[in-house]
Ligand binder design. Structure first.
Ligand SMILES: Cc1cc2nc3c(=O)[nH]c(=O)nc-3n(C[C@H](O)[C@H](O)[C@H](O)COP(=O)(O)OP(=O)(O)OC[C@H]3O[C@@H](n4cnc5c(N)ncnc54)[C@H](O)[C@@H]3O)c2cc1C
Length: 471
């Protein structure tokens, strides 16, 4: 039986999603004369830009997460509900949450985006993406397990595959992952293994377009590329991945088709709108773009429904320069703040001019003392950019929860290059361990040290190492 929650007065705002968009909507409404219900399927807000640091063992999941109840402890007009919304009824103005319906006067949908494998969903199990805490823990398991497996592997070809990491997609996530992997393999883990030289590790960054960090100025893309190359990362642009299967990536550069054996393939390419986009399309007839993002009006509402807003990664706002705004945190944050202000204006019988995004620039961390920052009017690189990156991230992290611990963690890592969050966890990890324990054969083989490794600095061009084939 469907039970309705008692309808609250005065104005009832329901927000689905406590990511950047939903969080800033609710925060901006905290002193407004409205009742806010914030629904999220997780009980925490996740600071996604630092997920790669969890995946590569620098930070722990809790370092980049803030419990929503803590964030809104002092917002007396806000109630937080844990649950996944799978449907809404725009006619009766209700959100359906399990066996309950929650009435709204205004609905804000901020459920974000998921990975897109461009229709090749079977690649997902071979090349996990990075979007949730679970994704980061799975990536961390694969990365650290790969070094462990290489340590035990006596077959040089297999060992090479274990020590080959392929990252698909060279936006900020791909670049930051590549930089962090380089630091990990060539610095942090250097002294920790006995049978392998982690400098043997190959890190490939594959990018379909003609430059990495395509949202940044071309000169910063070039700086990023050269910096990564200096760190030992092989950067391949104009490279389209045509197949991913267990331990093998096939890619095409021009007419040349190549294959590389890798036990760790990481996905940092496309995104698509979350499932709520399709629910909304079915329920209201609103149009979605090819990436499943909901086309929104200039005031971030959807066509025909002045009381339904879609913000953040799920929305396609193209009213500024004809192109959709990028799926980045500042867009979601500013949209959330705008919607909160518009709701309050409307309650006073007024309105606001259309939403305008104030581009605050973009940044990407490449490695120790190395980052690129594009603020439009000013472009920074190297150490200065790195300091800027740190300040911005610390500011964002402490804005809604005290994360001074992260600052100490970073300082400690900076000095020691250590990564303390290297836990290999999960059911698969236990299964892998069992397999190893049962394999006396393997234990015997480990007694024979591997052949002399080649440090990454002395590796010949990786093209010599990959099996080239022309189809
Ligand atoms: C790895 C990674 C790195 C990034 N790096 C940067 C960066 O450096 N700089 C930058 O500006 N941006 C970065 N981004 C993008 C940025 O994180 C997003 O643009 C931003 O989080 C979008 O905010 P949002 O509120 O739209 O969605 P999200 O932050 O994704 O939040 C969506 C929320 O909705 C909840 N939810 C989803 N479906 C439901 C449902 N049906 N019912 C209930 N709850 C639901 C989710 O649990 C989640 O809490 C990065 C993203 C990723 C994944």
């Amino acid at each position: 039986m469907v039970v309705s929650l008692e309808k609250n007065v005065p104005h009832q705002v329901v927000i689905i999603g406590g990511g950047f968009g939903g969080l800033y909507t609710a925060k901006t409404l905290k002193k407004a004369n409205v009742n806010v219900t914030l629904i999220d399927k997780r009980n925490f807000h996740l600071f996604q830009p630092l997920l790669y640091q969890v995946a590569t063992g620098t930070l722990s999941p809790a370092d980049i997460s803030s419990p929503l109840r803590v964030v809104f402890r002092k917002s007396k007009n806000t109630q937080v509900l844990l649950g996944e919304v799978n449907d809404i009824d725009p006619e009766t103005q209700e959100v359906i949450l399990g066996d309950r319906t929650i009435p709204y006067d205004t609905l804000v949908i901020a459920t974000g985006a998921n990975h897109s494998y461009f229709g090749k969903d079977n690649w997902k199990k071979f090349a996990p993406g990075l979007k949730t805490v679970e994704d980061a823990i799975e990536m961390r398991r694969r990365i650290f397990s790969a070094f462990e497996a290489a340590e035990k592997e006596t077959n040089p070809e297999l060992r090479r595959a274990w020590l080959t990491f392929v990252i698909v997609g060279a936006g900020p996530t791909g670049v930051e992952l590549a930089g962090a992997l380089s630091e990990l393999a060539y610095k942090t883990l250097k002294e920790d293994f006995r049978n392998i030289d982690t400098e043997e590790t190959q890190i490939l960054l594959l990018q379909g377009g003609d430059r990495i960090l395509p949202h940044m100025a071309p000169q910063l893309s070039e700086v990023g590329k050269v910096s990564l190359q200096k760190l030992g990362v092989v950067v391949k642009t104009n490279t389209r991945v045509t197949n991913i299967e267990n331990d093998l990536v096939t890619f095409k550069q021009g007419d040349k088709v190549q294959e590389i054996a890798s036990k760790t393939i990481l996905w940092a390419a496309g995104v698509k709108g979350s499932a709520m986009g399709q629910v909304l399309a079915n329920r209201t007839g609103v149009e979605c773009d090819r990436s499943g993002r909901v086309i929104v009006e200039p005031d971030l509402t959807i066509k025909g429904y002045k009381n339904i807003f879609v913000i953040g990664d799920l929305g396609n706002f193209s009213h500024q320069d004809g192109k959709p705004l990028p799926g980045v945190a500042p867009v979601a944050k500013q949209e959330g703040e705008y919607v909160a202000k518009l709701i309050q204006k409307r309650l006073q019988g007024q309105t606001l001019p259309q939403f305008r995004y104030n581009d605050v620039g973009s940044l990407a961390m490449i490695g120790k003392n190395l980052a690129v920052v594009d603020l439009g009017f000013i472009k920074l690189q190297g150490f200065l950019a790195w300091i800027f990156w740190l300040v911005v991230h610390i500011y964002f992290l402490i804005e809604f929860d005290t994360k001074l611990l992260v600052v100490f963690q970073w300082a400690w890592n900076y000095i020691t290059r250590s990564r303390r969050s290297r836990l290999i966890t999960g059911r698969e990890a236990l299964e892998e361990a069992k397999t190893v324990n049962n394999s006396t054969n393997l234990v015997t083989k480990i007694a024979n040290p591997p052949t002399q490794p080649t440090p990454h600095s002395k590796l010949q061009s990786y093209t010599a190492d990959i099996k080239a084939a022309t189809y």
